[in-house]
Design a protein around this ligand. Structure first.
Ligand SMILES: Cc1ncc(C[n+]2csc(CCOP(=O)(O)OP(=O)(O)O)c2C)c(N)n1
Ligand SMILES: [Mg+2]
Length: 293
C-alpha cells in the first residue's frame, strides 16, 4: 500500500490526474485492520481520504490509477474519480467528500442490514474534522436508539485542512461522548499492526453479535509535513500535508518516510529482518510496475 501510494505520488508530481487526490501516508495500519476484519457481506463507507482503504480492499494499483484517470477500466468505471471512489465488489459502497456525510448514509445501510437479519456490519470512516458536523452526533443517537450494527472509526490526525484542533475548537473527548450514548469505545495509537488487526476483528464481531454500535478512535499522523524557511525570516513555517503532490517525498528513497512510531511501515519493518524488507520492497515494486506497463 505504501509503495502504491508513493507511485501515485510520482504521477501526481507529473500532473497525470485532473482530480484531487488525498494521499494517506501514515494511515495504513488502520486501513489494513479494517480490510482484514471485514467479511464479504459487510459494508464500508468512506470519506475524501479513502485511498488506503481502497488499496487495502482491492490491491489493484492499475484499477485505482485508471479510476483517477477517469477510464472505464477504473475501480468505479471511471465515474467517481478519487473523492467519491467506491468499489462495490469489495464492499466499499459509498464515499463522500462532504464531511460526516457518510455517517447518516452508513446508518441507513446498517438499518438495512438489521432489517434483513444476518450478521453483517457497516463500518464508516471519518476524520477529526467531521466531529464538527451535527451529522456525527445525530448518527450516534439514531444508531444507538435503534441498536444498529454500525462501527464508526475516527482517524484523528489532529488536522482539518491546515488548521490544528487546538486552533479551531475545544477538545472533544470521544470516550466520554461514547459513554454518554452508552456505546463501546476503543482507542488505538502507535501503529502496532497486530494489535490494530486483533482489535478491529473483535470490534467487528462484537458489533455483529451484540447488534450495538461501537466507536474506534485512531490517533495517527498524515506523513508528508515539512517546514519552509521564507526569505527574510529566521524561523521555519510548518506545512501540514492535506492533498496533492508531496514534492519532497520520493519513491526512490524507499517506503519508510519517518523512522518513528508515526510511520506504520517503520513499525512493521521492526518486526521483520532487514533482508526480508529489502526483498519485499523489490518484489512488490516489480509486481506493481508490471501492473502499470
Ligand atoms: C461539510 C464540509 N465542510 C468543509 C469541507 C472542506 N474540507 C474538505 S477536507 C476538510 C478537512 C477534513 O478534515 P478531517 O475530517 O479531519 O480529515 P483529514 O483531511 O484530516 O484526513 C475540509 C474542511 C467539506 N468537504 N465538507
Ligand atoms: Mg483530520
Amino acid at each position: 500500500m505504501r509503495i502504491s501510494m508513493l507511485m501515485i505520488n510520482e504521477l501526481i508530481k507529473k500532473k497525470a490526474f485532473s482530480v484531487p487526490i488525498h494521499l494517506a501516508l501514515g494511515h495504513e495500519a488502520i486501513a489494513v485492520a479494517v480490510a482484514a476484519a471485514m467479511r464479504p457481506s459487510d459494508r464500508l463507507l468512506l470519506t475524501h481520504r479513502n485511498i488506503h482503504y481502497n488499496l487495502a480492499c482491492n490491491p489493484s494499483l492499475r484499477r485505482e490509477i485508471d479510476e483517477y484517470l477517469l477510464r472505464e477500466s477504473g475501480l468505479a468505471g471511471g465515474q467517481n474519480g478519487a473523492m467519491n471512489l467506491t468499489n462495490p465488489d469489495a464492499g466499499v459502497i459509498y464515499t463522500s467528500s462532504i464531511l460526516a456525510n457518510c455517517l447518516p448514509v452508513a446508518t441507513g445501510v446498517a438499518m438495512g442490514q438489521w432489517v434483513s437479519g444476518g450478521d453483517a456490519v457497516t463500518i464508516a470512516l471519518t476524520g477529526d474534522g467531521a466531529l464538527e458536523e451535527g451529522a456525527f452526533y445525530e448518527t450516534l443517537m439514531i444508531a444507538n436508539s435503534l441498536n444498529l450494527p454500525l462501527v464508526v472509526v475516527i482517524e484523528n490526525n489532529e488536522w482539518s485542512m491546515h488548521t490544528r484542533i487546538d486552533e479551531r475548537r475545544c477538545a472533544i473527548d470521544l470516550e466520554s461522548i461514547a459513554a454518554a450514548f452508552g456505546m463501546k469505545f476503543y482507542r488505538l495509537a502507535g501503529n502496532d499492526l497486530n494489535l490494530y488487526c486483533d482489535t478491529l476483528r473483535n470490534v467487528r464481531n462484537e458489533t455483529s453479535a451484540a447488534r450495538k454500535p461501537c466507536m474506534v478512535e485512531v490517533s495517527l499522523s498524515t506523513l508528508g509535513d515539512y517546514t519552509v524557511v521564507e526569505e527574510g525570516s529566521s524561523q521555519g513555517r510548518y506545512i501540514n500535508y492535506h492533498t496533492g503532490a508531496l514534492t519532497h517525498v520520493s519513491l526512490a528513497n524507499g517506503p519508510i518516510i519517518d523512522e518513528s512510531e508515526r510511520d506504520p511501515v517503520h513499525m512493521l519493518a521492526k518486526l521483520v529482518p532487514k533482508a526480508d524488507i529489502t526483498r519485499w520492497v523489490h518484489e512488490i515494486s516489480a509486481e506493481l510496475e508490471s501492473q502499470l506497463q
